[in-house]
Each structure stands twice: as structure tokens, then as C-alpha cells.
Design a protein around this ligand. Structure first.
Ligand code: SAH
Ligand code: SF4
Ligand code: F3S
Length: 467
């Protein structure tokens, strides 16, 4: 390849950990063609918007970001759109937003460096022909666009370099896509069918991370419990393999699906000491009729059996969830079943969202007589119940001494340190800023002195053992 000059890339990441992991892959791939990260799009040669499509509100950000960026961009710089909106909208997006230079879907992200070079070349050519172009277009500069969207995930998803921003924990994809068809969800459309990475490949990546000094890894998938079904293995087996990697002290995973979660998996987490006793298991609704219309394939009873088994084996485990409020036709009684579910389960935290109709999903075509005001009222109410439950749950940590992986200064108050206990709860620690460096990246003993719904407060124990 011909010698390239160093350039700057800015990436804005919207959406979930899948996108965050994808952005790290993009940084890694772009370094190979001499693009290095910058903190501001104002001085970037390439600005990438990694989009999310989960709700209308998230998807609508695409147009507003690109519009703003186009006005602010450095002359000659490129704007790219990647992620779930790019995959879902396809080339229609570049027709609608003429200021985008490059569009690339989630299935062919590994093609990014080639496509950036193609866009650069086209752009340079157009600038060279500038006067002719400008005349033809009556002064309007015609922007050459590169768009490539693969409909299917490739048979073999190519390994790409990754440049991580997080220093103390690392995301590791174990599955791409999702095989379910929940009636409200756009993800199968934007991420395709489930593809598990091989155990060997995942383990190799984690060994590399251990060698770089990472202590914690987070295994990622839309349905981690479905891991291996497509390649003749299962999630519990993967966990046992990953657990063997020396140097990694903590292993977490996201997201669990109640339909595929097994007792064997719960037993494996209970048995293996490096596995965080933390489960994110979205319930979505507490009413069986609603769950059925969502095509979730479990009942509230089945969900509770899983929770009870987790608590039986790991009484201190943290459990978090997601709930959708105002699914089409959800009655007041059905909504109250979700509220009761939150109280019965006793979540440590739970994300809630008002249902948002998404293109190409069955539920988007269903009648929905419930008003927006009513839905907003419902979400306010359930959120207040969740806060109460979370606050109550947090009290079990009060006065205990916890092993905390210290991530860095707290964002709100840089005089404090921020870390996470073994069940994932955030803890803010009073600590002299001059001493911060000796603790960051280490696992320390911390005494919990305050507990509220969202975070704990603590003090380093007299002799904080450092790992
Ligand atoms: N794979 C995970 C979640 C993926 S999406 C699972 O099966 O649970 C993350 C969360 O976004 C979901 O748990 C759901 O609560 C929410 N969500 C997804 N589609 C939505 C929609 N159309 N409207 C509102 N919330 C939605
Ligand atoms: Fe969406 Fe359902 Fe798949 Fe989760 S399991 S990503 S909610 S289709
Ligand atoms: Fe959004 Fe795509 Fe994740 S739609 S939530 S970024 S999988």
C-alpha cells in the first residue's frame, strides 16, 4: 500500500454495547490505514456516526447529527454512517441525507478500511473536477457517496483488529445477531441471524486481553444463553473454557434470555469463582398474554423459577432487567402485572422504555388505543416503583466489605474513585486524588458506607489488598 499521511477519526457511538464493541473494532481497523482517534469532530478528517435503531427517538438522531456535523466539518473531511440505522435503511439513507459520504452496514463492517479509501479517492477526484462539477450543478457541489450494505452476515465473520478505549474491562463479542423475532424488535433486522464465534477464537482473544493486563471481560450477545446452538456447543461450556484463562479475574455476560437460560448455566455461574454473580435478564412484561403477543416464549412463572434458582444458589446475586411499557393494547391491568413483577422480583435495577413502533416489525401494524399521556404516566409510575425496589435491595451491601475493581475517578466528583463490586453495582469511594493512581485498575477491599438505588458509597479498607 502506498505511504499514507496520518489522519484523524472521530466516532460518536449511540446504542448498546454491540455498537460500542463495533466502534472499538473500527478504531482498530482504521489505525491500519493511519487514522488515529481525536476527541472532537471539528478537527476530524473522518467523522463516523455509529447509529442505533432500537426506538424511534434513537434512530431520529441520525439526521440531526449528520446535519449538525455537515455545518461544522473541516473542509474536505468525510462523514460516515454505520450501525443499525445504516443496516436497516440501506441506500435509502444516502439518498435522503446527501451530505453523507460513506454508508456501511453492520454485516460488512470489516470492509471499512477499503470503503474509506474508496470514499477518499472519489472525494479527491470530485474536488479535482471541482469547477466543472460546480458549473454543472449551478454552484452546488455534488458529493460522491459510497454505500455498501450486505443483506446477510458473511459465512465466516472475519477477525479484525480492535482498539479499546476501556482500560480495565473489555467487551468480547461471543455471538453476532439474534434468532428470535420478538414482535417489537428491530435487532434481528439490523444484526441478522445468530452466529456464534468458536470457543477457540473467543478464548484466543481473551488470552490476548489477559496478556495486555485486562482483569475483567464482558461477554456480549443479544442472547448469550443461545451461544453455541448453531455450532454444537453451549454457553456453560464456553464459560468453563474462558474461566481457565489466567490473569482474568472477573467475567460478566450480557444479555440473558429467559427462554434459553438453563439451570446448568446458573449452576456454572454459582460454581466458577471468577464469574460475576450478576444477571441481566430482560422480562419485558409481567403479564403472560402480553409476553405471548411479544413472542417472548416464556411465562412469568418460568421467569420466576429462574430468579428463585439464582437466589437459592447465590443469595447475593444482582439481577437487572428491561421492561417495555405501553406495548400495543396493553391494558391497565396488564401494566399493573409488570409493576407487580418488579416488586416480586426485587430488581437491583431495571431499564424501562415506552414502546416505540419500529419499521418491519409485526407490532408496529397493531392497533394501539392507549394514549401517549397514559403511557408516560405508566412509565413514571413503574420507574418510581423500580427506584424504591432498587434502594431496598441496595441495603444488603451496607456495612459489608466488597472486592471492587477500581475504574478511575468518578465522573461526577473527580475527588472520588469509581469502581464496581463483584455483582456489578457502582461504588464511589472517598479517596485523596494524590493516591488515585495506586488503586486504578486494581481490585481493592472497600467497606460500603452508604447505599442508594443507583450507587453505593464506600471507603478503602484499612489494608486494601491489591490484585
Ligand atoms: N436481546 C435483548 C435486548 C435487546 S434490545 C433481549 O432479548 O432482551 C434492548 C432493550 O430495548 C430491550 O430489552 C427492550 O426492553 C428495549 N426495546 C427493544 N425494542 C423496543 C421497542 N420497539 N420499543 C421500546 N423498547 C424496545
Ligand atoms: Fe430483539 Fe428479542 Fe432478539 Fe432480544 S431476543 S434482540 S428483544 S428479537
Ligand atoms: Fe441499538 Fe443496534 Fe444495539 S438497534 S440497541 S445499537 S443492536
Amino acid at each position: 500500500m502506498k505511504q499514507r499521511t496520518k489522519k484523524k477519526v472521530y466516532i460518536e457511538t449511540l446504542g448498546c454495547q454491540m455498537n460500542m464493541a463495533d466502534s472499538e473494532r473500527m478504531f482498530g481497523m482504521l489505525e491500519e490505514i493511519e487514522y488515529y482517534p481525536t476527541e472532537s469532530m471539528l478537527d476530524a478528517d473522518l467523522s463516523i456516526l455509529n447509529t442505533c435503531s432500537i426506538r424511534e427517538h434513537a434512530a431520529a438522531k441520525t439526521g440531526s447529527y449528520v446535519g449538525k456535523w455537515d455545518k461544522q466539518r473541516k473542509p474536505g473531511s468525510l462523514i460516515a454512517v454505520t450501525g443499525c440505522v445504516a443496516q436497516q435503511e440501506g441506500e435509502k439513507l444516502v439518498k435522503d441525507i446527501r451530505t453523507v459520504d460513506l454508508l456501511i452496514g453492520t454485516h460488512n463492517l470489516h470492509r471499512l478500511p477499503d470503503l474509506v479509501i474508496e470514499a477518499e479517492n472519489l472525494h479527491e477526484e470530485a474536488i479535482a473536477n471541482g469547477s466543472k462539477e460546480a458549473k454543472l450543478n449551478k454552484g452546488i457541489y455534488k458529493r460522491p457517496q459510497v454505500a455498501e450494505i450486505w443483506e446477510e452476515l458473511p459465512e465466516l465473520i472475519p477477525e479484525t483488529p480492535v482498539s479499546r478505549k476501556t482500560k480495565h474491562f473489555a467487551w468480547v463479542n461471543i455471538i453476532y445477531g439474534c434468532n428470535y423475532k420478538c414482535t417489537y424488535c428491530i435487532v434481528p433486522k439490523t444484526r441478522g441471524d445468530q452466529r456464534s464465534r468458536s470457543i477457540a477464537e473467543v478464548k484466543q482473544e481473551i488470552k490476548g486481553l489477559a496478556a495486555e493486563g485486562y482483569k475483567e471481560i464482558v461477554l456480549l450477545g443479544q442472547n448469550v444463553d443461545g451461544y453455541g446452538m448453531d455450532i454444537g456447543t453451549n454457553f456453560a461450556t464456553l464459560l468453563r473454557e474462558v474461566h481457565e484463562v489466567a490473569g482474568i479475574e472477573r467475567i460478566k455476560f450480557l444479555t440473558s434470555h429467559p427462554c434459553d437460560m438453563t439451570y446448568e448455566l446458573i449452576e456454572t455461574v454459582a460454581e466458577l469463582p471468577k464469574l460475576a454473580k450478576y444477571f441481566h435478564i430482560p422480562i419485558q412484561a409481567g403479564n403472560d398474554e402480553v409476553l405471548k403477543r411479544m413472542a417472548r416464549r416464556y411465562t412469568f412463572k418460568r421467569y420466576m423459577e429462574l430468579i428463585n434458582y439464582i437466589r437459592k444458589l447465590m443469595p447475593d446475586a444482582s439481577i437487572t432487567g428491561d421492561i417495555i411499557v405501553g406495548f400495543p393494547g396493553e391494558t391497565h391491568k396488564q401494566f399493573m402485572d409488570s409493576v407487580k413483577a418488579v416488586e416480586t422480583i426485587g430488581y437491583d435495577a431495571c431499564n424501562t422504555a415506552v414502546y416505540s413502533p419500529r419499521p418491519f416489525t409485526p407490532a408496529a401494524t397493531w392497533e394501539d388505543p392507549i394514549s401517549a399521556e397514559e403511557k408516560n404516566e405508566r412509565i413514571r409510575f413503574i420507574n418510581s416503583v423500580i427506584t424504591e425496589t432498587a434502594e431496598k435491595q441496595a441495603q444488603r451491601f451496607l456495612g459489608t466489605v466488597q472486592d471492587v475493581l477500581i475504574e478511575g475517578p468518578s465522573a461526577r466528583n473527580p475527588a472520588r474513585l469509581m469502581g464496581r463490586i463483584f455483582t456489578n453495582k457502582t461504588v464511589n469511594i472517598d479517596c485523596d486524588p494524590e493516591e488515585h493512581d495506586q488503586y486504578i485498575g486494581k481490585i481493592c477491599k472497600v467497606e460500603i458506607t452508604k447505599a442508594n438505588a443507583w450507587a453505593l458509597r464506600g471507603q478503602l479498607a484499612k489494608t486494601p489488598a491489591l490484585v
